[in-house]
Design a protein around this ligand. Structure first.
Ligand code: TYM
Length: 347
């Protein structure tokens, strides 16, 4: 077992994922968790299942509890190791909500209103279902990140997909604003956005990002899906006119998305994928891609089910994560409370 991650001198990393579905999808895997697994080797890594974010839209409490465990189990099944990095549930560390309040008091109303995800979601759900929580979602995300700031001189990297870039920008702005008003406190975080897998798109609507809230389930490839249905989704994926396997985002968004997925899973370039499938047509390529994805996901699915079979053990692992994350968060909040001017509680 390594030293406790919070005692480490390695650069720090923090990221989060919402437990909003019964399974992660291919975009979550390639755009986020796969990077998390790689970065735990080289960083002092903190990863959280963001259940507080998941209640910003209407939810079922039983489903949320189940999905939070499923999310954590998938992270572990994908290769996160609780002895090497720290995986925890956001609501187990109450400092996240506390810092969000402080940062919310530094965020302009107009500034929050400019967040495109808020604009998209509030349009989608309508004004009666658009809550204040949804509006302040990015502020809570900033708090998630800044709580794990390593202090003077340290770096904090945040691996996310392209869709989170604007939230990261707001986080950087809030860190700088806090430092300017109250004295140097937070390291300004850096987004780490993987080049190729940053935006995996919907198999049925290749210009829209693959998303848990997509209108057609046929467009989303779920990590916990059985190989049969998974293959069908790839065989039915919308492709473009012509038959050559070629990366061209403007002319061929459908096939380009499939090339991106293949290249990303195999760790090869788009050129190499094109050369490998020159003259073979879409059918063969899709069949091979489906097999590649199924081979990647099958062991993850099996490990996830094994982890979920022992809920007590899973909860114990998460308690270890909460303990370590909580220790870091408590230290940061102590400094924040002091800087902001709150009276320290007498002992
Ligand atoms: P969430 O749960 O929507 O997505 C989790 C991660 O998956 C990435 N992602 C994608 N990447 C590539 N292609 C896609 N189609 C795709 N869809 C999703 C997301 O970019 C993300 O990295 N707000 C965050 C959760 C969060 C967070 C944080 C992230 C809360 N606090 C602190 C980082 C740091 C979110 O909605 O993720």
């Amino acid at each position: 077992m390594s030293e406790t991650p919070s005692g480490s001198t390695l650069p720090r990393v923090l990221s989060g994922i919402q437990p909003t579905g019964d399974s992660f999808h291919l975009g979550n895997y390639l755009g986020a968790v796969r990077q998390w697994v790689a970065m735990q080797e080289t960083h002092d890594a903190f990863y959280c299942v963001v259940d507080l974010h998941a209640i910003t839209v209407e939810h079922d409490p039983r489903a949320l509890r189940r999905r939070s465990r499923v999310a954590a189990a998938q992270c572990l099944a994908m290769g996160l190791d609780q002895d090497v990095s720290t995986l925890f549930v956001q609501s187990h560390v109450p400092e996240h909500a506390e810092l969000a309040w402080v940062l919310g008091c530094l965020t302009g109303f107009g500034e929050a209103g400019r967040m495109t995800q808020f604009k998209d979601k509030s349009t989608k759900y309508g004004s009666s279902a658009t809550t204040v929580g949804l509006f302040t979602y990015p502020v809570l995300m900033a708090a998630d990140i800044l709580l794990y700031t390593p202090g003077h001189g340290g770096a904090l990297e945040v691996p996310v997909g392209e869709d989170q870039r604007q939230h990261l920008e707001l986080t950087r702005t809030l860190a700088q604003r806090f430092n300017h008003r109250f004295g140097e406190t937070f390291a300004v975080p850096e987004a780490f956005i993987p080049k190729d897998a940053a935006k995996i798109t919907d198999l049925q609507e290749p210009t829209a990002k693959m998303s848990k809230s997509s209108s057609s389930p046929q467009g989303i490839v779920e990590v916990l899906e059985e190989p049969g249905p998974l293959r069908k989704k790839f065989m039915r994926a919308v492709t473009d006119t012509g038959s050559d396997v070629r990366y061209d985002e403007t002319e061929k968004p459908g096939i380009s998305n499939l090339v991106r997925i293949y290249a990303s899973l195999e760790g090869i370039s788009y050129d190499e994928v094109e050369r490998k499938y020159a003259g073979s047509g879409y059918g063969t390529f899709k069949k091979d891609l489906a097999a590649l994805v199924a081979d990647t996901f099958t062991p993850i699915r099996e490990r996830t089910h094994r982890l979920l079979a022992d809920e007590e053990q899973l909860d114990r692992l998460l308690a270890v994560g909460a303990e370590r994350a909580g220790a870091v968060a408590a230290r940061t909040m102590e400094v924040v409370r002091d800087r902001v001017g709150f009276v320290a509680r007498g002992r």
